[in-house]
Design a protein around this ligand. Sequence first.
Ligand SMILES: Nc1nc2c(ncn2[C@H]2C[C@H](O)[C@@H](COP(=O)(O)OP(=O)(O)OP(=O)(O)O)O2)c(=O)[nH]1
Ligand SMILES: Nc1ncnc2c1ncn2[C@@H]1O[C@H](COP(=O)(O)OP(=O)(O)O)[C@@H](O)[C@H]1O
Length: 226
Amino acid sequence: MSKLFRAVIMGPPGSGKGTISERIAHSFGLKHLSSGDFVRENIAAKTEAGVQAKTYIKKGLLVPDHVMTRLLLPRLEEMTKYSWLLDGFPRTLAQAEALNSACDLDVAINLNIPLETLKERLRHRWIHPPSGRVYNMCFNPPRVQGIDDITGEPLIQQEDDRPEALVARLRHYKDVAKPVTDFYKAKGILYTFSDTETDRIWPYINTLLSTKIPTIQSDARCASTH
Ligand SMILES: Nc1nc2c(ncn2[C@H]2C[C@H](O)[C@@H](COP(=O)(O)OP(=O)(O)OP(=O)(O)O)O2)c(=O)[nH]1
Ligand SMILES: Nc1ncnc2c1ncn2[C@@H]1O[C@H](COP(=O)(O)OP(=O)(O)O)[C@@H](O)[C@H]1O
């Protein structure tokens, strides 16, 4: 049985976690797990954690660590046979320690993107809430402005993406993210990428993961030929 690969991707709002996670999932066959998607599923399913989480999200707040951890760890239990990339968790040291008690990580990818770039990107971000598909009028625009390519349903811009909302989110992010990146730096698995363009960062991430995930691919190949 090949060794499974587990990674997390971190970065401020608009840094490209979702964009890069999709590329990693596609290129390396990892499962892309998104904490935001898990939260929305729990809210839609009206689970106890989902009902609690909703009260915080309505106020534009992060979900408390104990609620988030209780919501997320059981989902990771279902993924013990898979290699995965976790996006959006951990966001605090308490979450990183809870994750560390549940499983070992191979890589922690950290995106370090300038504030002005984040503001510019989020100004042009449009999403299709039911699917979570993300567009950007400057980077990956929909075929028809304001319309989802797949369903034809309307796209929206998130309140949180307004420049004034972003400043508050970024201030909070800076306070809580440093202990998490220090935690992974101490474990020797933190890899930070700084640039203003995803397409310039991607080759470095691709190379890093290609060196870390050979066994999975080779085993998968030999498995498929048997
Ligand atoms: N112009 C430009 N836009 C980009 C680039 N990379 C990603 N974007 C777009 C895609 C999105 O509309 C927006 C933010 O990217 P993501 O949604 O992937 O970021 P992330 O998942 O970190 O944001 P979140 O934490 O969910 O708010 O910027 C880039 O290199 N250039
Ligand atoms: N690791 C986490 N810790 C606390 N709250 C979280 C976490 N992940 C997601 N959430 C909550 O779920 C909401 C939606 O998450 P997400 O889709 O990643 O959007 P955002 O860009 O707002 O982080 C977040 O705004 C936050 O309130």
